[in-house]
Structures are given as structure tokens and as C-alpha cells.
Ligand binder design. Sequence first.
Ligand code: HEC
Length: 141
Amino acid sequence: MTPFPHLAVPPRRWIGAVLTLTLALPGAWAADTSATEQLARWSAQAGQPGQPERGRQLFTQRHGGEWSCASCHGNPPTAQGRHASTGKPMEPLAPAFNPKAFTDSAKVDKWFRRNCKDVLQRECSAAEKADVLAWLTRLSR
Ligand code: HEC
């Protein structure tokens, strides 16, 4: 017996179709979220609202390693940053200064994972990400 007899198209084809659509629409894939949405997402996961002051501390202090988040993103991250090892210029991380920041959830996840490992030698918790976003979204012109 097939697992989904009521579906005319086998489920594997559906997955294929969805994947094809996703890959064919990089634009739609890229701008799928916002800084406010990300703040809400991490706060909900953490079960508490992000705290800007804690976020500022996490971002500007070193955590046993060579770098803080600010080493690359700047302090405050409202102007172009400079990569601490490659020297490559980077767009400001604070959303009020960079409309593209936090608009792609895959990018947000990828860089949080990678950068937290570089700076804290572990992944950041949902509460820590909520704190950082609470601070970043408060930085305004
Ligand atoms: C060694 C340099 C470096 C350090 C240190 C660093 N980052 Fe980054 N970060 C980058 C680069 C490079 C990007 C990608 C920039 C781009 O492509 O626009 C990035 C992107 C990000 C993004 C994605 C932004 C977006 O547009 O969605 C987040 C979130 C982020 N970093 C958070 C952090 C946090 C939090 C820390 C500290 C725990 C940190 N970063 C430390 C280099 C760094």
C-alpha cells in the first residue's frame, strides 16, 4: 500500500517540485525575513525578550579568543566594517544603516553559527541572538 493513496502525485515529486521552485527563485529566497522578525523568532525560542544591554556586551567584548564581534563589524556596527583577518570591507550590521541586513534567514543562520564559533568557540543560544538583535535594532541614525 502506498503511504499517501489520496495524493495523485507521489510525495517525492512534490519535494522535487518545491526544491526546483526554491532554487529557481533566488530573489524570493533571499528576502524572506527582516530584523524585527528575527528578533521575534529568537525571543520566542528563548522564551524571553532580547535585552539590548546584554546584546551590546556580548557583541563588544571578547570571550576568551582573539576577536569580538566588533573586531569585524565595528563598534557600534553602524558603519562599514572591516574583516579582522582579510581586511575586506563589510556592510554595516545594524539594520537602520543597511537595508539588506537580516533579510535572508539562511544567511542569518549561517553567519550566526560561523561567527559565534569564531568568537565564543560555540554556537550562540537563542537568548544571545535575541539580545544581539535587540541591541542592533535599537541603533538608529
Ligand atoms: C572574523 C570576522 C567576523 C567576526 C569576528 C564576526 N563576524 Fe559576523 N560576519 C562576518 C562576515 C564576513 C559576514 C558576512 C557579511 C556579508 O556578506 O554581508 C558576517 C555576517 C554576520 C551576520 C549576518 C548579517 C545579515 O546580513 O544577515 C550576523 C548576524 C553576524 N555576522 C553576527 C555576528 C556576531 C553576533 C558576531 C560575534 C559573535 C560576529 N558576527 C563576529 C564576519 C565576522
